[in-house]
Design a protein. Structure first.
Length: 161
């Protein structure tokens, strides 16, 4: 078991996953930059980033479902602002939040918020998991491309260092 963690390749993938699931803004961007800089397999990196962040978001979504049952949270959601936010999400859907908001806020906070606003009559896979997985996968590919271009450009500019 100890030999598993002493191999540099496994260590790099574990560090990349840890960077990805940190609550920092831009975790996916930083983890793809780490993968590009260390020369990790892009396909394996994208799959690991997508799966780890999907699992984290699913955990936060279910945490939002459980926190919704607390009395003070129900009071906030039943207020005028809470109903207005709920109507906005019901009208425009989580797809917009996961595809647009992920770039600015990140998928984990959006997942927690969607857990608060989820209604039992909706299909949870169409409401949450499918848009989440697709958006994380596409943003991982996009971030991997951006980091590849940026790191290659920096290596070419500072090739003498």
């Amino acid at each position: 078991m100890l030999k598993l963690f002493t191999k540099p390749l496994y260590y790099k993938y574990i560090v990349m996953t840890a960077i990805n699931i940190t609550p920092l803004i831009g975790g996916k961007y930083v983890s793809t930059a780490y993968a590009v800089y260390n020369g990790l397999n892009p396909y394996a990196s994208i799959i690991i980033i997508t799966v780890s962040e999907t699992l984290l978001c699913a955990l936060l979504f279910y945490a939002g479902l459980k926190l919704k049952s607390l009395k003070w949270v129900r009071g906030m959601l039943s207020s005028k602002k809470g109903k207005r936010a709920h109507n906005y999400v019901a009208k425009y859907g989580p797809v917009i939040g996961l595809f647009v908001g992920q770039m600015f806020i990140g998928a984990p906070p959006i997942s927690l918020a969607l857990g608060f606003l989820y209604e039992r009559d909706k299909n949870i896979y169409m409401y949450f998991f499918i848009p989440l997985f697709i958006s994380i996968f596409l943003y991982s590919i996009f971030n991997f491309y951006l980091n590849t271009v940026a790191i290659t450009s920096l290596k070419n500019i500072f090739h003498f260092v």
